[in-house]
Design a protein around this ligand. Structure first.
Ligand code: SAM
Length: 159
């Protein structure tokens, strides 16, 4: 992607400090970034999350949540921007003060409405990514989630 006026980048070495594993693909009605919503809306078009078959068992229990968190890899993003000009007018904002897809690790997150699960395919509303975007992870809505594991000392620590 081209730089806009006053945008700033950093020279990056080849990344070698982590690797993620794509666990599926997201199917949406949008074939280009320009067509996508800036942020998904819970009443937006129905989309599908197609899990790789080997992760099918990992869905067990997710059906009890109406809202789930989806993490995905915004694979068409540049990753070297430190300052960005979202309005293309020369005024800039730091990357970490934005939810722009251009970031060092282009992870997108959306809270989506879970409509139904059919085998390895989840039907949801609330996404904002291009068709075919790689899936990283799925989690229950943290507000509706109660930890299943026993409590730990840190749970009750406060300032
Ligand atoms: N909801 C996520 C978040 O807040 O982390 C993503 C928000 S980001 C502003 C959404 C925009 O990213 C879309 O409007 C589109 O322009 C762009 N986008 C969608 N899919 C993408 C992809 N696979 N790679 C790069 N950019 C993408």
């Amino acid at each position: 992607m081209d730089l806009r006026e006053n945008e700033q980048i950093v020279q990056l070495a080849q990344a070698s400090d982590a690797a993620v594993r794509f666990i599926g693909r997201i199917r949406t009605p949008w074939s280009t970034r320009d067509q996508c919503p800036r942020q998904g809306r819970i009443d937006g078009p129905e989309c599908q999350i197609a899990l790789l078959p080997e992760w099918h068992d990992a869905l067990d229990g997710l059906e009890f949540y109406q809202t789930i968190e989806v993490l995905y890899w915004l694979d068409q993003s540049r990753r070297d921007l430190t300052r960005q000009s979202p309005r293309s007018d020369g005024s800039t904002v730091g990357t970490f003060a934005l939810r722009s897809p251009a970031r060092p690790n282009p992870i997108g997150t959306s809270m989506v409405r879970l409509l139904r699960i059919e085998g390895p395919v989840l039907h949801v509303q609330g996404l904002d990514c291009v068709d075919g975007t790689p899936l990283l992870d799925l989690k229950p809505d943290r507000c509706a989630f109660t930890p299943k594991a026993p409590p730990q000392p840190g749970d009750s620590q406060t300032a």
